[in-house]
Design a protein around this ligand. Structure first.
Ligand SMILES: *[C@@H]1O[C@H](CO)[C@@H](O)[C@H](O)[C@H]1NC(C)=O
Ligand SMILES: *[C@@H]1O[C@H](CO)[C@@H](O)[C@H](O)[C@H]1NC(C)=O
Ligand SMILES: *[C@@H]1O[C@H](CO)[C@@H](O)[C@H](O)[C@H]1NC(C)=O
Ligand SMILES: *[C@@H]1O[C@H](CO)[C@@H](O)[C@H](O)[C@H]1NC(C)=O
Ligand SMILES: *[C@@H]1O[C@H](CO)[C@@H](O)[C@H](O)[C@H]1NC(C)=O
Ligand SMILES: *[C@@H]1O[C@H](CO)[C@@H](O)[C@H](O)[C@H]1NC(C)=O
Ligand SMILES: *[C@@H]1O[C@H](CO)[C@@H](O)[C@H](O)[C@H]1NC(C)=O
Length: 728
């Protein structure tokens, strides 16, 4: 929403005042409070006894004559206690053509803040890719996010919003690790001469302006020794405020009077209450603001009087405050017309106030209506009216705010690449899951109402029901049925001693595949899930699979006429072909489903950041094992026995087909579901075992598709899928 001009200036003034008041004052006397000209405010400290805990210990070092502040290995630009942020420097990754040797070389940068109290700020940073025909990605702990930058149109200086010469993508919340890498899909031979380098980095959005010289010279890389500024949010510990208050092993950090606790992506932090400023982490750190000394931020035309945490503004005797100005009160001079005049005055004030309130409400209403229209709400509304008996509701913003307790941090069920999911309770007592998306682009906004209409008609016993949506906000929200018994991921990765029979696993796989097959076939163009993974398969009371989060597909437009320039997905599940072509297809879901099958067979994680590079992705480990005929080595011991082996090999073969590099060679999800169904039936009728002909009949064709000759480009693309395309 637009803020009027004056308050913005006031805000800026306040920020300046706050920064000035942010004078470091560590707990022990004698603690250094600066490093060069960088302030080191408590809870940060240069010595062990000066920092709140070991994670907040920073390091002042002189490098080549200059004094620099380091946190771990990262250089610090600035700390802010009021904002709970830190500005650090991160490294740029590049892919360059070396004319002398006629080869492409890479400098791949990564950043691991796992042992520091930070997460990358999702609001202030972006993934920035520079180059002509540059396809680059950021691999984080969980997500792969990338975009495509081309030079098909004339280059212009300025912002990065047109994907010409540079492109940008949003970060998910809570990122603590990232690695930049390139996809060498395009033949760039023809353009190396003009633009020798491509770059990818994660950096502070406000600090970036695109310049054409970044492509033709080395200035972007060399300006600050191959680094860019990045904004971090910090938290004292990774607990929530509520957890921190009751934890007896670690002292609660918000020790100052008049301080509050704030939940953030990095954990909890403290702030001074309204009307106070200073350092909430030290005793009496939050001091009352004397508003009367600052008549710019706190204008008062009359007599200003400071109070604790606030101030009063009154008029001298004989004057009244009208619209912030003291005017002569005529009551004392003329007795007679007093009553009439004051009644008139009161009426006037009430009138003005009411008019103002009505105007403000109208304005708010207009904003809501605008969003509602933008998101195709009218169309949806008309259709809803004409279709009786559709259990789909258009929620108001207030309803969802109430249901989720104003989107409280404690209500968060999970963060996804596309947004955050909250638990909510509607007025009727129904428990729901509310999904608040991060951002969507203009095209998607227009399509939203129509998409909702399609999604609202989805009705399948293995799909989580979409109950409604809210359109009157800038980024629409989706409301789903709440499934209480956890995810398939929890089942597989939770208690390892818990026995899960092959039968159960096969049924969950079959049900999930059926659900996806329904999505792919129930509408035209097909509804693509776009983010199939074990955490998106929820389980009902009796372990019935319920596929959730299919709304993600509408956030990744698959309209071919509009070229998609941002790719995002979950590490370990993302279709490598989609990463190369930027085209999400039904076979992308098949690929991801293949990985879910592997999880069911092996009970291993789809992606493991720790461990040797060749073992990071489960699909990679599996393909290698299949090639070397060592399938048995990776199967889960619980289901690995002589009786099951035949079925396990069948499922493994099915998974292998799903993981084919080329989408056309993968089976359709319907074929996968049918195959799983046949396997289930065979398992349930052991008599078929003794009769080989019956077994053949039930199993059908041994292989769903012909998959010969498709492993040629495997090593390159799967490397890319894992984020290892680095030329190291
Ligand atoms: C401080 O920085 C120096 C130089 O980078 C390093 O040798 C030293 O180990 C660091 N100390 C701590 C506590 O991080
Ligand atoms: C962009 O700005 C740079 C200087 O910062 C200038 O050399 C270049 O010509 C400008 N490019 C365009 C297209 O205006
Ligand atoms: C890339 O394009 C150039 C001509 O522009 C061609 O000579 C070269 O063989 C191509 N490289 C590949 C790998 O296709
Ligand atoms: C980006 O450009 C705007 C307008 O040209 C300018 O005000 C701003 O300071 C620039 N920012 C950076 C980081 O160069
Ligand atoms: C309490 O705090 C300590 C230190 O930060 C942490 O290791 C521990 O997990 C916390 N306990 C609980 C119950 O959150
Ligand atoms: C200060 O007082 C005004 C008027 O009484 C009130 O509206 C405002 O909420 C108060 N501010 C704080 C921080 O208590
Ligand atoms: C603020 O106070 C200063 C000094 O008391 C005065 O000169 C100035 O005119 C005041 N400004 C406003 C906007 O009241």
């Amino acid at each position: 929403m637009e803020l009027p001009r004056v308050p913005l200036i006031l805000l800026a003034a306040w920020a300046l005042a706050a920064a000035a008041a942010d004078v470091p004052a560590a707990r022990s006397p004698g603690c250094a409070t600066t490093c060069g000209d960088i302030a080191v405010p408590y809870p940060f400290g240069l010595d062990p006894q000066c920092a709140i805990n070991a994670e907040f210990r920073v390091n002042c070092t002189t490098v080549g004559g200059a004094t620099k502040l380091f946190h771990g290995t990262l250089e610090v630009i600035r700390f802010s206690v009021p904002e709970g942020k830190a500005w650090l420097k991160t490294f740029i990754s590049r892919q360059c053509y070396d004319q002398a040797t006629a080869t492409v070389f890479y400098n791949n940068a990564w950043m691991n803040i796992g042992n520091l109290p930070y997460v990358l700020s999702a609001d202030e940073n972006k993934v920035i890719v520079l180059g002509c025909r540059s396809m680059a990605y950021m691999l984080s702990d969980t997500y792969i996010i990338g975009c495509l930058s081309t030079c098909d149109e004339p280059l212009r200086n300025g912002s990065c919003s047109r994907t010409v010469g540079c492109c940008q993508a949003d970060l998910p919340r809570g990122v603590r690790y990232y690695e930049g890498f390139f996809n060498s899909f395009y033949n760039t031979t023809a353009i190396w001469r003009q633009t020798p380098c491509n770059y990818v980095t994660v950096m502070e959005m406000a600090a970036f302006n695109f310049s054409t010289t970044y492509l033709t010279t080395r200035v972007f890389y060399d300006a600050d020794d191959s680094r860019t500024p990045v904004v971090m949010e910090w938290g004292i510990t990774r607990e929530t405020c509520q957890q921190a208050k009751i934890n007896r092993t670690a002292p609660y950090a918000c020790v100052s009077d008049h301080s509050d606790c704030v939940d953030g992506d990095a954990g909890y932090r403290c702030r001074c209450s309204d009307g106070f400023r200073g350092n909430p982490y030290i005793q009496d750190g939050c001091k009352d603001i004397d508003e009367c000394l600052d008549n710019v931020t706190y204008p008062c035309a009359g007599i200003c009087e400071n109070t604790l945490g606030n101030f009063t503004c009154s008029c001298p005797r004989g004057r009244d405050m009208v619209n912030g100005v003291c005017v002569k009160n005529r009551r004392s001079t003329w007795m007679a017309p007093v009553v009439g005049a004051s009644v008139g005055l009161v009426a006037l004030v009430i009138g003005i106030t009411c008019a103002y309130l009505v105007r403000e409400r109208r304005k708010l209403h207009r904003v809501k209506q605008r969003y509602f229209r933008q998101h195709g709400g009218l169309l949806l509304f008309e259709e809803m009216k004409s279709q009786q008996g559709v259990a789909f509701k258009i929620f108001s913003e207030e309803e969802l705010q109430q249901a989720t307790n104003m989107f409280e941090a404690q209500q968060v069920l999970g963060h996804g690449g596309h947004g955050t999911v909250y638990r909510g309770v509607l007025k009727s007592g129904v428990v729901v899951a509310v999904k608040r998306c991060t951002t969507i682009d203009e095209q998607q906004k227009k399509e939203f109402g129509r998409e909702m209409l399609i999604l609202s008609q989805i009705n399948h016993k293995n799909i989580v029901k979409l109950l409604g949506c809210c359109l009157e906000v800038e980024v629409p929200m989706l409301v789903y049925e709440f499934i209480p018994n956890g995810t398939l991921f929890d089942l597989i990765r939770g208690d390892h001693t818990r026995h899960i029979s092959l039968n159960t696993r096969l049924r969950i796989a079959y049900e999930s595949a059926e659900a996806l097959a329904y999505l792919h076939s129930c509408a035209s163009p097909p509804i693509l899930h776009g983010d199939v993974k074990s955490t998106n398969i929820l389980l009902d009371g009796d372990y019935t699979a319920r596929v959730s989060d299919f709304g993600a597909s509408i956030l990744a437009p698959n309209d071919k006429s509009q070229f998609v320039t941002v790719v995002q997905g979950t590490c370990g599940y993302l279709d490598p072909e989609y990463m190369q072509t930027y085209e999400l297809t039904d076979k992308s879901d098949v690929y991801s489903f293949g990985v879910v099958l592997l999880e069911l067979l092996t009970r291993k994680k789809a992606f493991n950041l720790e461990g040797p590079e060749q073992d990071k992705s489960l699909s990679m480990v599996f393909i290698c094992a299949m090639k070397e005929n060592k399938l048995e080595d990776i199967l889960d011991d619980q289901i690995k026995n002589d009786e099951n082996m035949e079925y396990l090999e069948e499922i493994a073969e099915l998974a292998r087909q799903c993981l084919e590099m080329s989408g056309v060679n993968r089976p359709s999800i319907k074929e996968v579901a049918d195959k799983l169904d046949r396997l289930r039936k065979v398992m349930q009728h052991p008599w078929a075992h003794e009769d080989p002909e019956e077994l053949d009949r039930l199993l059908g064709e041994p292989s769903v598709v012909n998959s010969a000759g498709t492993t040629g480009n495997f090593s390159m693309t799967n490397k890319a899928a894992m984020g290892l395309e680095s030329g190291r």
